[in-house]
Design a protein around this ligand. Structure first.
Ligand code: GCO
Ligand code: MG
Length: 404
């Protein structure tokens, strides 16, 4: 069974948007894929992998998944942060993929096998005004989706997180500098209850509604918002205040029983330890790619399980179908899974990364292909070069920078 890593390649490509893919090939000819995409910082992870990680992997036994993780994390001294952890995450995914292919089993089987028949996902409905949002919600319902995140424009603001003029919500704009947008917390906080009143009236009590405040509010504003939307019975309120200030969540928690979800910007178990151990949140949202891959994410979700917190991982279109596959395989085998985010991809992304996983009627399925079950179309990737693209920057109405 021993084998050794012979080749490590980093592919950066932009089939509609930028993705960083790691391809690891062993002496036995097994190929493992990992996603290392950090939206707007793609080239840093590519360099980290190419210049600093790839040389360390040559000759390593790919079966030593946990040891390789520890070597790249503890053995390197400089640790944590999105670039480092996405790079380690990509290596980890690729090694699980290789193990699955070597043993001819899907990764979820290696993680202990299925604990559920399908993985519910939530999708993203949006509209500039309430009627447009309601149309979007109806479309999601027609697709059989029962977990729907609702985002709407705010009167007086010309750009708002989660709402776009395109049919696909795409926050990163192409160009050398981020665009800028202004945000007014007061206008937003006054408007959201009206939005949720209309949506709840449309969908009735059974549909699970979610909403993302995207780190824009202060702790006390977050507490007030969570309280003001309590009657709409949200499945969760996401990122109601910036996540670094873990203690701030106590204020929100004490103010309301609206379930809270946080953590898409976290990279390690230590970033969310307090939130989980002190039961300040209900769902932890670390993305498999940005939190060190499958091996480390398992530990985060195991800690969460002990404290009654569920996984609700980030699954935006700015991580590739390889990372989504890793998340789906974990979801199939992890008991305390709440819901998986699935923003969907444009057709070209599905073609660039042919995959065994599938999404229909509000459920994701991992498929039964060995490993993670994702491939790459090299023709598409090699003809879609990297294009600089950035998330916008937000400012308050007086021009001061605000968390985006
Ligand atoms: C989500 C997120 C995204 C992020 C994006 C950043 O919940 O899907 O908040 O929309 O903004 O992934 O790269
Ligand atoms: Mg979010």
């Amino acid at each position: 069974m021993a084998d050794r890593i012979e080749r490590v390649e980093v592919l950066v490509a932009s089939p509609t948007r930028n993705y960083v893919t790691l391809r690891v090939t062993t002496a036995d000819g097994i190929v493992g894929l990992g996603d290392a995409t950090v939206n707007g910082r793609e080239l840093s992870v590519a360099s980290y992998l190419r210049d600093h990680v790839a040389p360390l992997l040559i000759g390593v036994d790919p079966n030593r998944i946990e040891d390789t993780w520890q070597y790249l994390y503890r053995g390197v001294y400089w640790r944590r942060g999105p670039v480092t952890m996405a790079a380690i995450g990509a290596v980890d995914m690729a090694l699980w993929d290789i193990l699955g292919k070597r043993t001819n089993q899907p990764v979820y089987q290696l993680l202990g096998g299925r604990v559920r028949d399908g993985i519910p996902y939530y999708s993203h409905a949006f509209g500039w005004d309430i009627p447009a949002l309601l149309d979007s919600v109806r479309e999601h319902q027609e697709r059989g989706e029962t977990f729907i995140r609702v985002q709407s424009g705010v009167p007086g603001l010309d750009k708002v997180y989660g709402v776009s003029k395109d049919p696909n919500y795409e926050p990163a704009g192409r160009g050398a500098r981020p665009s800028e947008e202004h945000f007014d917390p007061g206008a937003y906080m006054r408007h959201l209850p009206k939005v949720l009143t209309a949506v709840r009236e449309l969908v009735g009590p059974d549909v699970k509604l979610l909403h993302d405040a995207h780190h824009r509010l202060t702790p006390i504003q977050g507490a007030r918002l969570a309280k003001s939307v309590e009657e709409f019975d949200l499945f969760w309120l996401e990122d109601v205040t910036p996540a670094e200030d873990q203690d701030a969540f106590r204020l929100v928690r004490n103010a309301s029983t609206t379930p809270l979800a946080v953590g898409e910007v976290f990279n390690t178990i230590w970033d969310c330890q307090r939130l989980i151990e002190e039961r300040l949140i209900d769902y932890v949202r670390t993305a498999v790619v940005h939190a060190g891959g499958i091996s480390h994410s398992r530990k985060i979700f195991a800690l969460a399980e002990v404290h009654g917190v569920k996984a609700g991982p980030h699954g935006p279109s700015d991580v590739s179908p390889i990372a989504l596959a890793a998340s789906i395989h974990m979801a199939a085998a992890t008991h305390n899974w709440g819901v998986q985010e699935y923003m969907g991809y444009p057709a070209l992304v599905h073609e660039a990364f042919p995959h065994a996983w599938s999404a229909s009627d509000g459920m994701l399925q991992p498929g039964d292909a060995p490993g993670l079950g994702v491939d790459i179309d090299e023709d598409i990737l090699s003809t879609s070069p990297y294009v600089p693209a950035y998330l916008p920057t937000a400012r308050t109405l007086d021009g001061a920078v605000l968390d985006w």
